[in-house]
Write a protein that binds this ligand. Structure first.
Ligand code: CA
Length: 226
């Protein structure tokens, strides 16, 4: 998953970013003003945008309105001051999906972020099942064949992304866009390496396969005969 944080309090933004990377295994981009934030949101692929309302250059509500006008439906979680009830209502009317009042509890923020991302992909529960595979998105434990696994960070990030969108064919470019932040170097062959690693771990009994490669199109997670 890849998250954009638009927040001018740089220390707060960095704290949220490091917690999301650590606890939610997310790729995170930071932006410290509304103009840059809008540009980032329009030019990259995010699974969630965390948006402060009081921002330099372009305020949060204007940014949100411009995104929705451009038909960008990425879920948006708004950060707002405690006494800003009318702003929250305006935000909700403009298409924000949830909000948290400052000062907020980091655990609550992360839980809300994860819930929004899940809902956006049609996953009601934090436990995602795909055939014999069960992925606990809270503990990041993966159950398979009666065993429990804690995967290396990037393998988990890839598996979770494929699982959120199980049954869909996802191109390599799209995977790269959603797994890496703006500053990361992207090598498309790295996805093949992670896919092979996941296949070695989670290989159900023939004739069933879990991870499918559709030549020239991408990858798909789902249990079906090979
Ligand atoms: Ca602010």
């Amino acid at each position: 998953m890849r998250v954009l944080i638009v927040e001018d309090e740089e220390k707060l933004a960095r704290n949220v970013a490091s917690v999301l990377k650590e606890v939610a295994s997310s790729a995170v981009d930071l932006s410290h003003d509304g103009e840059d934030g809008l540009h980032m949101a329009l030019t990259n692929s995010y699974d969630l945008i965390i948006l402060d309302l009081m921002l330099p250059k372009v305020d949060g509500l204007t940014l949100l309105a411009r995104l929705r006008t451009r038909k960008i439906q990425t879920p948006v979680l708004v950060l707002t001051a405690r006494d800003a009830g009318s702003e929250v209502i305006r935000g909700l009317n403009l298409g924000c999906d949830d909000y948290v009042t400052k000062p907020f509890d980091m655990g609550e923020l992360v839980a809300r972020c994860k819930a929004l991302i899940r809902r956006c992909h049609g996953q009601a529960s934090s436990l995602i099942r795909v055939g014999p595979l069960a992925i606990n998105t809270l503990s990041r434990q993966v159950e398979f064949g009666g065993q429990s696994f804690l995967l290396p960070a990037m393998e988990y990030r890839l598996l979770e992304y494929l699982a959120m969108r199980s049954g869909e064919v996802i191109s390599k470019t799209e995977i790269l866009d959603h797994l890496y932040d703006f500053h990361a170097e992207r090598f498309s062959n790295v996805i093949e390496v992670y896919i092979s690693a996941l296949r070695r771990r989670f290989d159900p009994a023939p004739p069933y396969k879990l991870i499918h490669t559709l030549k020239g199109h991408g990858y798909m997670l789902g249990e079906r005969a090979a």
